[in-house]
Design a protein around this ligand. Structure first.
Ligand code: X5A
Ligand code: ZN
Length: 659
């Protein structure tokens, strides 16, 4: 029964670093959208991971393996011939003219000349790492691959996935390398999306326990439908060997994932006793991911991983799936590789406790599967479920990385709560809800509505009536279409003018709102030679998010918040934060301009790299459209900052002086 204990060698020398394999190959960067238009699943994902592992010195302590292309006969273990033929040939010249049309027939798929090779390398690299781990040449490994795999079905690429890399490697070990003794494989799919492809491939197979935790929202979250429901438990001999944990809402974080680990995955893993664990390691449930809307920290991932390291003699193979916030992605992978090396989580702490819905989901899953996994039939103690204090793990110093019931002892708790609140204390929180309740509030919008910031405007929003359109909705003269406004339509609590030592300039050649002509930008770096007039509005962080959304012409059904409490804390030291979620927007760079009455002053503009592109002529620098320039002049005059002549000269200078 269960191998939830460490091997002799691990116990005798806990300091000893484990042999961790890594695979990365630049050829996987060549898979891209046909005209290189922006796509979240892009080459930078694996590049930033590779860079981070090197700059931190971690890669140098790993075993770096060469990528390999998968063989068709191994791919054929899970994919049909028509699918293999398609992926094999799609990048060839003779498909040049048909490629886009073929891609459009599938769900969320693009192809270019580099797609085939990347797909073969991704699948082959996961096989390579898995085989080396199975042989014992490596303790564990991480295949840093793209395109991802878990949505790919038997005869259909989908959801950015071409070949199902993890399923191919799993079938390879079970069917092609029986001599290596890997008879039972646990697949843990922690990508924020359901692993529909993998689920189907092992639906009736009791040798593979497929576990997926994902946003589901009753079937409305990608890939949608009932496949990801907890009632999908497998069929025939595979019954009970398919476990879905479907989140009912976004914003799930460390506490939710760890509750599922402690009360579903880990107990089942003990009973299943796998010979190897393969992780469909997407990091789109990470904090700040633009698609996922969840908030798992690198620390959280390292604990999840560390708990799994107690099984299968530590034989863990990780394969990259999703993950679209480059910083979170790189930091999360780094934390995982460190955990693999050291068999302990990285340093850190987590705030908050699981959602109530998380306990409901856990209980539904346990009930659904209790006849297959008797341990799930036990009742979860009421005291565990009814916690009203944050459930925090400070660090995992004991050998199996678990605290009793996931709880921490009382004196540690006080300190841990203090650690969480400390950095947030200096933020101004409204009287009606102070302290801890704010920190652990489950609803981001009500949380952010309690925080004030100054939104400093330098473009047409210096004109109060124009700014009102962003809050109340509506259209003013010269605008091509109405604004939707903010959810919270209350007026700014205070308004004032200030100048800042930054360069104002006009670039781009048209905007949806004002038509042809340049749009105002602020150079993100300060320069004492320069002076920009800004109109400051004291609004809530929630309203600021709505303005960010409108300034970047994004739709409201995007996952929010774009800019949260963590961003607010970070920006005071970092000075700028590029908001991943609206990366294509021109104003996605939030810049910190200091404080006024102890409230942070924020604005939004372009990034420093855009400045380079404006300078090089890659993006145009243009004078403002007439209607737009008039709005600015009017704003400055009405705000009593400048006379009409001075305002015209000010705008004129900003639009003509070279960058
Ligand atoms: C691998 C992965 C997400 C697809 C989302 C499509 N795919 N809207 O994260
Ligand atoms: Zn995903």
């Amino acid at each position: 029964m269960g191998s939830n204990c460490e091997t002799e060698s691990m116990v005798s020398n806990p300091q000893e670093r484990r042999r961790v394999g890594l695979i990365y190959d630049e050829r996987m960067c060549k898979h891209s959208t046909p005209d290189d238009e922006y796509h979240p699943e892009n080459l930078n994902r694996i590049k930033v991971i590779w860079d981070k592992l090197h700059s931190s010195g971690i890669a140098q302590r790993c075993v770096v393996l060469d990528a390999k292309e998968a063989e068709d006969k191994h791919i054929a273990l899970v994919h049909r011939k028509n699918h293999i033929d398609l992926i094999k040939n799609i990048s060839s010249k003779k498909f040049d003219s048909k490629r886009n049309k073929i891609a459009s027939k599938f769900n969320s798929i693009y192809f270019n000349g580099g797609s085939s090779e990347a797909a073969y390398l991704a699948a082959g690299s996961v096989i390579e790492v898995a085989e080396k781990v199975a042989k014992g040449e490596l303790d564990s490994g991480f295949a840093i691959v793209r395109p991802p795999g878990h949505h790919a079905e038997e005869s259909e690429p989908m959801g950015f996935c071409l070949y199902n890399n993890v399923a191919i490697a799993t079938s390879f070990l079970l069917n092609e390398r029986p001599e290596l003794g890997i008879k039972k494989i646990l697949i843990v799919d922690w990508d924020v999306h359901h692993g529909n492809g993998t689920q189907k491939m092992f639906w009736k197979d009791p040798r593979v326990l497929f576990f997926s935790v994902h946003r589901h929202e009753f079937g409305s979250f990608y890939p949608g439908g009932d496949d990801g429901s907890y009632t999908m438990i497998g069929e025939g001999p595979g019954m009970g060997y398919n476990i879905n944990v479907p989140w009912e809402n976004g914003r799930c974080g460390d506490a939710d994932y760890l509750a599922v680990w402690d009360h579903v995955l880990i107990p089942v893993a003990k009973e299943f006793d796998p010979d190897m664990i393969i992780i469909s390691a997407g990091f789109d449930a990470a904090i700040g991911d633009p698609l996922g809307g969840c908030c798992v920290s690198p620390y959280g991932y390292s604990i999840m991983l560390n708990k799994l390291m107690g099984f299968a003699g530590g034989k863990i193979v990780m394969a990259l799936e999703g993950g679209y916030n480059l910083d979170s992605l790189a930091n999360s992978v780094l934390a995982c590789v460190q955990a693999l090396q050291q068999h302990k989580p990285v340093a850190g702490s987590s705030e908050a406790y699981p959602f109530e819905s998380t306990w409901h989901v856990i209980q539904s899953v346990r009930k659904q599967l209790s006849s297959y996994w008797p341990t799930l039939g036990d009742k979860i103690p009421e005291k565990v479920i009814s916690w009203k204090t944050p459930q925090i793990e400070i660090s995992s110093s004991d050998s199996d990385g678990e605290h009793e019931n996931g709880l921490i002892v009382a004196e540690e708790l006080d300190k841990a709560v203090e650690d969480i609140i400390e950095p947030l204390k200096n933020l101004q929180v409204h009287e009606d809800c102070q302290g801890q309740a704010t920190v652990v509030s489950p609803s981001w919008s009500s949380e952010l509505s309690k925080i004030d910031i100054w939104y400093a405007t330098f473009g047409s929003n210096i004109n109060k009536s124009r700014f009102d359109c962003y809050i109340e909705g509506g259209q003013m003269e010269g605008m091509q279409k109405p604004c939707v406004g903010s959810v919270d339509k209350s007026q700014p609590k205070e308004i004032m003018w200030k100048t800042f030592p930054h360069r104002l300039f006009f670039a781009r050649d048209r905007s949806d709102t004002w038509g042809p002509g340049g749009v105002a930008f602020l150079h993100p770096e300060s320069n004492i030679q320069e002076k920009t007039y800004m109109h400051l509005y004291k609004i809530t962080l929630e309203q600021f998010n709505d303005v960010l959304l409108q300034e970047n012409a994004s739709s409201r059904d995007m996952i929010r918040p774009l800019f949260d409490l963590t961003s607010l804390q970070t920006i005071e030291t970092e000075k700028c934060i590029s908001v991943e979620l609206v990366q294509r927007g021109w104003y996605h760079n939030v810049v910190y301009l200091g404080k006024e009455n102890n409230i942070p002053i924020l604005t939004m503009t372009c990034t420093l790299s855009d400045i380079d592109d404006f300078k090089s002529g890659k993006f145009p620098v243009n004078s403002p459209a007439k209607a737009y320039a008039n709005t600015l002049v009017e704003g400055l005059v009405q705000g009593k900052q400048l006379s009409k002549a001075e305002a015209i000269a000010y705008i004129e200078e900003a639009s003509t002086k070279p960058l």
